[in-house]
Write a protein that binds this ligand. Structure first.
Ligand SMILES: *Cc1c(COP(=O)(O)O)cnc(C)c1O
Length: 400
């Protein structure tokens, strides 16, 4: 049924029906480590996967399954499997398919943890990783053409919201038989469905927009059954299982995914336009702005430009020190994607491991602020920023 209905309806209804019990209208949190059987033959059939059912909580759980089925419907995938965190989804997926001697092509601006896997852990296993300039499609195509097992993309990226052309990269990847993986965390399935462009696997940190309330960690990967099954097998053995309570919180959060993303995206567009008019602001990075480097591609492959933006301020770190503490309606924190607006300097959050020189080389000014725009009324968010800017010492603007 989920094939024929729209995203907002799927967000509310998909994946739940099979897990309802006692006439309850809501999916229960099944806090049970194991599932018992009186019939030995039935137990055996479920254990070998011949019959549907649950055996042990590290493998499967009804609440967790409802979460997986909802994501599966939203991404238009054949199968999905979930994890304790987004990083577990990413690391388990890579570990399932990579072996010594393999080659991976990706971009420099992937999520910080993903970047660490590429630069610290995979090389240790004699897996070669080539990271290209984000947004440089020619460089990516040249590296892909040399052959690779996995082409790993993230679009939009952290923190300057760069865009990669998914369809173009799929074409290049398929020519060399690469598996194409996209981290769709920033866009969400409401704004972008990479599988429709021929991508093999889509990954989410459900901790962010899917959950939407910054109260549960989780990750998920979806795609064709023949690819998701070996990932599920790797996870059931290695044990990075999603907890049923977290699955429930994520599932409940997802019901409002479309509503939240509509409001957050519209808010981000208005905030980006406001920030452009502020004299303290040097640059605003938001793909919805016509001057953004990825605007045209984003317009082509996304339904909305999303809720993530960043901007740089005159006076760098000193200005941040004054500006951020005076915001009333924003959490100063490392997460993103929640109903509250969240702000953080890139030098403290996503790129804390880099030196100022490394950040500069990546096009990340020291005064760059990442904003995950919340669902608040936009007039209040803008007013909050305006008051904070007005409180900055004017002489810094002249001298800074
Ligand atoms: C947060 C994030 C991750 C990692 O997810 P966790 O749930 O924190 O492990 C991966 N990719 C992106 C784009 C993220 O924002």
């Amino acid at each position: 049924m989920t094939k024929d209905i729209n995203q907002g309806t799927k967000a509310v209804w998909a994946g739940e029906k099979d897990q309802l019990a006692f006439g309850a209208t809501q999916v229960p949190v099944v806090h049970s480590v194991s599932f018992g059987y009186e019939d030995m033959d039935e137990w055996y059939d479920v254990a070998i996967g011949k019959k549907p059912g649950h055996i042990y909580g590290r493998n499967t759980n009804p609440t967790v399954q409802a979460f997986e089925d909802k994501v599966k419907a939203l991404e238009g995938a054949e199968a999905a499997t979930s994890f304790s965190t987004g990083m577990a989804a990413i690391s388990n997926t890579l570990s399932t398919f990579l072996a010594p001697g393999d080659r991976v092509v990706s971009i420099k601006d992937t999520y910080g943890g993903t970047n660490k896997i590429f630069t610290e852990f995979l090389p240790r296993q004699n897996i070669d990783v080539e990271l290209c300039e984000t947004g440089n499609h020619e460089a990516l195509e040249a590296e892909i053409a040399k052959g690779c097992k996995i082409l790993y993309l993230e679009t939009p990226t952290n923190p300057t919201v760069k865009i990669t052309d998914i369809e173009r990269m799929v074409t290049a990847g398929k020519q060399v038989g690469a598996m194409v993986i996209v981290d769709n965390t920033f866009a969400t399935p409401i704004n972008q469905n990479p599988l429709t462009y021929g991508v093999d696997l889509v990954i989410h940190s459900a901790t962010k927009f899917l959950g939407g309330h910054a109260d549960a960690l989780g990750g998920v990967v979806c795609g064709d059954k023949n690819l998701v099954e070996p990932i599920y097998h790797y996870r059931e053995i290695n044990g990075a299982t999603l907890d049923p309570m977290a699955a429930y919180l994520l599932l409940r959060g997802m019901k409002t995914l479309k509503l939240r993303l509509r409001q957050q995206g519209d808010n981000a567009m208005e905030l980006a336009n406001y920030l452009k008019s502020v004299e303290w602001v040097d640059d605003v990075f938001y793909p919805g702005l016509p001057e953004h480097s990825g605007h045209d591609i984003a317009t082509k492959q996304m339904r909305h430009y999303g809720a993530m933006l960043s901007f740089s301020v005159k006076g760098g770190v000193e200005t941040l020190r004054h500006l951020l503490p005076s915001l009333k309606y924003a959490n100063r924190a490392a997460n993103l994607g929640s109903v509250e607006t969240v702000v953080g300097p890139s030098r403290t959050t996503s790129h804390v491991e880099c030196t100022p020189e490394e950040r500069a080389a990546m096009g990340i000014p020291e005064g760059l602020i990442r904003v995950s725009v919340g669902i608040e009324d936009i007039d209040d968010i803008i007013q909050d920023f305006q008051t904070a800017f007005e409180g900055l010492p004017k002489e810094r603007l002249v001298n800074g």
